[in-house]
Design a protein around this ligand. Sequence first.
Ligand code: G6P
Length: 611
Amino acid sequence: MCGIVGYIGSRNTTEIIIKGLQRLEYRGYDSAGISVFDGENLSLVKCKGKVKELKNLLNSSPVNGNIGMGHTRWATHGEPNDANAHPHMSSSGLFTLIHNGIIENYYSIRKFLTGKGIEFVSDTDTEVLVQFIEYLYLKNNLSFAEAVRSALQKVVGAYGIVVLCKDEPDKLIAARHGSPLVLGIGEGEYFLASDTSPIIEYTRKIVYLDENEMTIIKSDSYEVRNIEEYKVISKEIQNIDYDLEQIEKGGYEHFMLKEIYEQPTSVYESTRGRIDLKKMTVKLGGIENWLTRILDANQIVITACGTSWHAAQIGSYIIEELVNITVKVEYASEFRYRETPIDNNTVVFAISQSGETADTLAAIRKARTMGALSVGIVNVVGSSIARETDCGVYIHAGPEIGVASTKAFTSQVTVLTEIALLLAQKKKLNCKMVKDIIRDFSTITEKIEKVFKQADKIKNIAKDFATSNNFLYLGRGYQFPVALEGALKLKEISYIHAEGYPAAEMKHGPIALIDENMPVLFIVTQRGFDKIMSNIQEVNARGGRIIIITSVDTKRCDEYSDHVIKIPAIHHCISPILTTIPTQLLAYYIAVERGCNVDQPRNLAKSVTVE
Ligand code: G6P
């Protein structure tokens, strides 16, 4: 949520910042802006709209310098307009600042500063922070770093910030409390960003800022200190572990489509070195040392948001079926504030593609303070959740840029299955089923490729349904969470209202909506086949338009539906990996048909770092 880039060095600062913002645009795209020290002043250019608009503006009024920062915004306080765009400048023009997060006590600070005669030009909490820094700087005769630190000690809320000061124009200062920041270390140059994607082109060496740390960066050195005590902290330099081409479109029209088609590889990567097909065993290095505690747990809680929450649902089905242990699935935003029995016999799994979702991070912090073991199932290596959990398993799906999550979902389900398989093997439970699933995993790549053979058909179906206003997705058992995920995908990128429901629950409400204008998508596998066929007939009898995704080779589906999408059969526990893919393609092609911006859907952000 909100993209941040900073640069100090001898290259073309504006170019680096703009390129970086384009890579980060998936985090927010309401407005964008840049501030550069041009040798005399802090110049500021910003506007409502995408980075493209900012680029046009910079073509007509260029800014240059050796130090600067840029921001792409996802609005929290104040509508997306030019004035509310970041960076924000203090009244006397001494400071500019960019911010990701929310300053919760902004109102009282603003009131205080207004009382001192300071005038505000935006509605944002961020402007309050930059004005406050300038106020403290002037009033208490502080240095740049002292003023930033002093202000941060008084604000409540979450922030990842970068600040420039006209009086000390050789420095960039950045600080983190709740919103991620990464420092890239080059030769005589440094980069700052909300994630590594803007940095990878220039250097692979990075330092992750931890909570309550600030960094003071000059062109030839940097230091990291904790905000509270101001002690210098020695930080480990790490390496970025992916390639530039992984974050580029590689000939696809959209990142989402590229990521859908990457699934044979991403699912395979999630199993590589973990599932041994010869020995029929599973090994997960990241949780090996904690296995006894996991096996002895009274309950497992899986917490997540959005698509990751849907993967959690599937995970709960597999773990309960194979391992016979109670699994609760919790929305992180609810779990963090709910009274629920958690103790040191509980294991809390946190699932997150980004590893930065604020609610999920808060949920594991809560779980840890209550004594639970926390396990991260995360895609982004080195992200906050990966670092703050006791142990974990990376899903290794590779960078996911499209705002609508696709390949991360199937990799999350894959890793959850591996965890279930491992625990079942250790407990010596369901031995035959464990072997059957492992055997079927060996066919998954080729079966995903077979699902792609349906793409043209799905594209044609999309044309038929592109003008629909509503959609119902129905499934039973393992296909119920797939229905939820399919409906979410459609509403996220095409803005068609869609709901996922357990097929049998349809009779308790959604059936009232069914008429000849209501498309209903059923996900049908062998398990519960006859039951779901009854539900299909119920919709058919009421004139609903039916699409069926099925792995069952039968004419019965054709009889009662307008369209059938046939996919290969696989073990029911891992069937969601296959059944989800047609729903991703359908959402994609409907959105394209409707002319929607697939990779940057309205109001959404890839990584939600505010609660
Ligand atoms: C946002 C994204 C979703 C994602 C959710 C959870 O809403 O748009 O695609 O599923 O956050 O994100 P996480 O990174 O924690 O999986």
